[in-house]
Structures are given as structure tokens and as C-alpha cells.
Design a protein around this ligand. Structure first.
Ligand code: DP6
Length: 322
């Protein structure tokens, strides 16, 4: 019982932060993302009755015990559905650095879900696969789909899943990820989600989410980059306001993060279409259209003699068996 899958990470354009239900990872608010083609997690899953425990190797190194435990718990969901008890050997290869501010858990749990479901011969539709992936990592629910994707918050396991807003060829957005720091982040998202409700600002951020989601959906469907810029930057700043005002507070931005944000605004002053969005880390995702890519890249790599590494991704496809 063996299968392989490729899944891509995604960058949230409208972010979720905080879970309504922590154990099932039902998010406090809906979110919209772009699946990141060009950044691949290739996952092989082999169930074998002779294995004593699940194993996980990532880029040729054995994974940390906590990571294996999380993957194992996820496999249990699929094993229960297939009524199988065999342990599994997981081997993951990524063509992008882990800890680079790319949501690597999204690609990993989407890939495990797709590969394991196929190896166990479970016939599941994208909605069911997305619901399962969500339980491994909230953002993984979105990586099941390609292009522009919305994760419906829902209010139960059944109603919280991702669906496609538009396919990857609808709008060829490029994401230039400026890596200002390649260290693994100090606080993981799972811990962060559990702190969100302690910010007095969270309630109004969540209450305003339907408006932001609608503005983002419209900007995508109308390929309206100025409107996308406005809503994406505002939403990212709002999430970081929650992080900075939770108890304990989380500060992910560094001086370099603020410099990249300023560089993006400077570029816009010069008439170049680009906007930033930042996840739970210091690195900055700069979104632009292919015609601006060269200018943006040149400006970012040369900005005030900074030596930032820039990773490139573009709108990409759904997770799939290979
Ligand atoms: C800031 O999906 O990484 O990227 O379920 O704990 O794995 P876990 O959380 P995760 O949270 C994503 C947080 C975010 C915003 C987003 O992607 O919407």
C-alpha cells in the first residue's frame, strides 16, 4: 500500500488567526489563499504491517519526535476510515527551505492526506480531503485546492472546508518571498492560534472578516490589483495587531521586516504594482504581476545594500497523486 503525492504551500491573502474549536481546527474566521506553484512537497506514504511505528524523514533527515507524533495522529484519522492498523513510512522532499516563512505544514499535511488516502484506497472528494487536511494543519485545508482558494470557517467539522474561487490560470500572480531570517520561528502557529482570543482586538477583527473576504473575492474575480493591495495589506496588518496585543504578545516583525514593507510602499509610489503580506514570521511575501516582477526583484535585492534572499512562486495547482 504505497502512494506518492505533490502538494504546494499557500499564502493567505485574507488570514485566519485563532480557532473557534481548537481540537478540530475549526477557524474563527474564513480565509482566502493563493496556492504556491513552483514550491513542492513530494510525499511518499507506504503502509506496512511489519513496521512497529510510523516514521517520517524530511529532506533525508529523521523528523523531530513531536512532528512524527503529529503526522501519526493525522494518519490515525485515515487509518480509522479505512479500518487499517498498519504503521506507515513517510518520506518528504521539498524544493524550498523549511523555516523560510513558507507555511510548510500546509503543504505537508495536504500531501500526507492525498497520498495516504490514495494508498488506503479511500474514495474521497476534494471537500472531504480538505476537511481531513484541516485537522492536520488549518491552512492545509486550502492546499488541497489550486489557484485562489477560500476556506469556509463553518461551525463544525462538516462545514469547514476549502473551495476554489478561481483556477491558477485566472490571474498569474507572482509571489516573491523576501527571506530576512531563515531561523525557525519562535512561536508556532498552533500556540499562536490559542492566544488569539486573549487580544481585545480579536472580536472586531473576526466580526469584520466577512467584509474583507468579500472585498478580496471581488478583487480576485475582477483581477483588480489596486483593490487586492488595499485589502491584503490591511488584513495582514490586522492579524499582526492581534498577535502584538495578545497575552503574552507575539512580535514576529523585525527591523528588516519593516524595511521590506517600506520598500514595497516606495515601489508603489514609483507606480509599480506590488503589495506585501506577512504570516507568523518575519519574512515578507511580495505579490505582484509578471510585468512588474523584474522591477520588484531588482528593488528588493538591492534595497539599502541588504542581502536578502528572494524565493519565487506563482499561482499553482491542487495537491495531487503522482
Ligand atoms: C498566519 O495552518 O499554520 O499562516 O493548524 O496550527 O498548523 P496550524 O496553523 P496554521 O495557521 C496559519 C496561520 C497563518 C494565516 C493563514 O494561513 O491563514
Amino acid at each position: 500500500m504505497h502512494s506518492e503525492a505533490i502538494a504546494h504551500p499557500n499564502i493567505a491573502l485574507i488570514k485566519y488567526w485563532g480557532n473557534r474549536e481548537q481540537a478540530l481546527r475549526i477557524p474563527a474566521n474564513g480565509s482566502i489563499s493563493l496556492t504556491l506553484g513552483g514550491l513542492d512537497n513530494r510525499m511518499s506514504v507506504r503502509f506496512d504491517g511489519s513496521l512497529e511505528s510510523d516514521t517520517l524523514v524530511i529532506n533525508e533527515a529523521p523528523a523531530a519526535p513531536a512532528m512524527i507524533e503529529r503526522a501519526s495522529k493525522h494518519l490515525d484519522l485515515l487509518r480509522t476510515m479505512a479500518q487499517v492498523t498498519d504503521r506507515a513510512e513517510l518520506v518528504s522532499e521539498t524544493n524550498f527551505p523549511l523555516g523560510a516563512g513558507i507555511a510548510s505544514s500546509a503543504a505537508a499535511f495536504a500531501a500526507i492526506t492525498i497520498a495516504a488516502a490514495s494508498a488506503l484506497q479511500l474514495e474521497l472528494n476534494p471537500e472531504e480531503l480538505s476537511r481531513i487536511a484541516r485537522r492536520g494543519s488549518g491552512s492545509a485545508a486550502r492546499s488541497i485546492q489550486g489557484g485562489f482558494v477560500e476556506l469556509l470557517a463553518g461551525d463544525s467539522d462538516k462545514t469547514s472546508f476549502a473551495q476554489q474561487i478561481a483556477p491558477e490560470d485566472h490571474w498569474p500572480i507572482v509571489n516573491l518571498v523576501v527571506i530576512v531570517d531563515d531561523q525557525v520561528k519562535h512561536t508556532g502557529s498552533s500556540t499562536g492560534h490559542s492566544l488569539a482570543a486573549s487580544s481585545p482586538l480579536q472580536e472586531s477583527r473576526v466580526a469584520d472578516a466577512p467584509r474583507r473576504l468579500q472585498a478580496c473575492r471581488n478583487a480576485i474575480l475582477e483581477r483588480d490589483f489596486p483593490s487586492l493591495t488595499q485589502i491584503v495589506e490591511r488584513d495582514s496588518d490586522m492579524m499582526h495587531a492581534i498577535m502584538m496585543t495578545s497575552e503574552p504578545p507575539l512580535h514576529f516583525w523585525t527591523g528588516a521586516t519593516l524595511k521590506v514593507m517600506a520598500a514595497v510602499r516606495d515601489l508603489r509610489e514609483e507606480g509599480i504594482s506590488v503589495c506585501y503580506t506577512i504570516d507568523a514570521g518575519p519574512n515578507v511575501h511580495c505579490l505582484c504581476l509578471p510585468e512588474s516582477e523584474r522591477d520588484v526583484l531588482q528593488a528588493l535585492t538591492g534595497y539599502e545594500n541588504a542581502s536578502w534572499t528572494v524565493l519565487r512562486a506563482q499561482a499553482g495547482p491542487a495537491a495531487r497523486v503522482v
